[in-house]
Ligand binder design. Structure first.
Ligand SMILES: Nc1c(NC[C@H](O)[C@H](O)[C@H](O)CO)[nH]c(=O)[nH]c1=O
Ligand SMILES: CC(=O)[C@@H](O)COP(=O)(O)O
Length: 179
């Protein structure tokens, strides 16, 4: 069985002064608490600032990101990266596919169109147990992983802008060994 690469933390870039917009959907409060704790810890560990905004559900995340990016640019306080956090659990109808698929598609469209470092930490799961295991900081810490993914792209962008050839892999998804 293959497992995702584990990040030792040794080669994590510092991104002092970076502003990271975290938009979290609180459809499931307990899951949201864990995702947010993991994401903010990762952002702070990189020396960056997290600005957290809360929306009702995953479908509201892309539109909120678009609105807030535009407002921040207008105010000349742009964000350097975005982290989306949420949880979609399959129900009885086909609505799951719309919420899970459309939120991911719109975020991907935004990130590519705007050249925006963006970590997608919206869980898409079959059961609450799957969601808890993935959200918990002490287990899979997917909120932290999404933040680290966005920060990794931001570090790469900064290296490119500085004319360096870094190929940063310092932040990668990681899975703690089962306890
Ligand atoms: N079922 C889930 C939703 N549904 C709500 C939508 O995201 C949205 O708020 C509503 O359709 C109004 O636009 N949202 C989640 O984040 N997770 C779910 O499991
Ligand atoms: C992901 C959803 O939107 C889901 O929770 C909705 O449940 P249902 O399909 O039972 O209405």
């Amino acid at each position: 069985m293959v497992t995702p690469r584990r990040d030792s933390g040794a080669d994590r870039p510092q991104l002092t002064g970076a502003r990271v917009l975290v938009v979290e959907a609180r459809y499931y409060d307990d899951i949201a608490d864990e995702l947010l704790a993991g994401a903010t810890a990762a952002i702070e560990a990189a020396g960056a600032e997290a600005v957290v905004v809360t929306v009702p559900g995953a479908l509201e995340i892309p539109q909120t990101v678009a609105i807030l990016l535009e407002a921040a640019a207008r105010a000349r306080k742009p964000y350097d990266a975005v982290v989306a956090l949420g949880c979609v659990i399959r129900g009885e109808t086909g609505h799951y596919d719309i919420v899970a698929g459309e939120s991911a598609r719109a975020l991907m469209d935004l990130s590519v169109m705007l050249r925006l470092p963006l970590g997608n930490g919206i869980l898409t799961v079959e059961t609450e147990a799957q969601a808890q295991a993935r959200a918990r900081v002490a287990e899979m810490n997917k909120g932290g992983g999404a933040a680290e993914a966005a920060l990794s792209v931001l570090a790469l962008r900064r290296a490119e802008e500085a004319g360096r050839q870094d190929r940063t892999i310092g932040f990668t998804p990681r899975r703690l060994e089962a306890q």
